[in-house]
Design a protein around this ligand. Structure first.
Ligand SMILES: [Zn+2]
Length: 183
């Protein structure tokens, strides 16, 4: 595999050797790019393709997203996505994330800032997971008084009223630049 930049019309392979994949066309002799992007020559499957560099705001599987919790339901949360792989998006895309298996009283609250990984697109819905150490809440407030909280092992404690609560915290909790989203 080799990575290279391509612009529309660029020759990225010859059709005797490779089949054209995503974002390409064949002109009879060559596989050429149809978009600005990064070429990938898949020698094993003999496919030449181009990864689109133009950011659409729609996350793909395995992308890391940062968003604001829009709704909390009994078994899942809905998150409005603000960043995809550190790219700001204003597309107002939402994803949902199962939380039942975490067995926590409050995985996240509405308006918390969370980091998730996209795991699937199903029936027009984007599904994400929160179940890895770096995934979870980046910013939250006390449920009782709205005060600032500090982490205590896998819980949080309010610095104002001392209320102790549960969250699924990211191991980057309190260290992230994204906290301002929730302020
Ligand atoms: Zn409090």
């Amino acid at each position: 595999m080799s990575d290279n930049q391509a612009i529309p019309g660029d020759k990225i392979a010859i059709i005797e050797e490779y089949e054209g994949g995503k974002n390409t066309f064949e002109d009879g002799h060559n596989v050429r790019a149809t978009v600005v992007g990064t070429t990938e020559i898949d020698k094993k499957n003999r496919i030449a393709l181009v990864h689109n560099l133009k950011f659409t705001g729609i996350p793909e599987v395995n992308d890391i997203v940062v968003g604001t919790v829009a709704a909390v339901m009994s078994s899942m949360i809905a998150v409005s996505i603000n960043y995809v792989n550190n790219n700001r998006t204003k597309s107002n895309v939402e994803c949902i994330c199962q939380t039942r298996h975490l067995r926590k009283k409050n995985v996240a609250l509405v308006n918390d800032v969370v980091v998730l990984k996209i795991i699937a697109h199903k029936n027009g819905t984007i599904h994400a997971t929160i179940s890895e150490p770096e995934l979870g809440v980046l910013y939250t407030k006390c449920k009782k008084c709205g005060g600032k909280v500090i982490p205590m092992r896998d819980a949080i404690k309010c610095t104002e009223c001392n209320w102790i609560d549960e969250r699924k915290l990211s191991n980057n909790f309190g260290k992230s630049n994204f906290v301002k989203l929730g302020e």
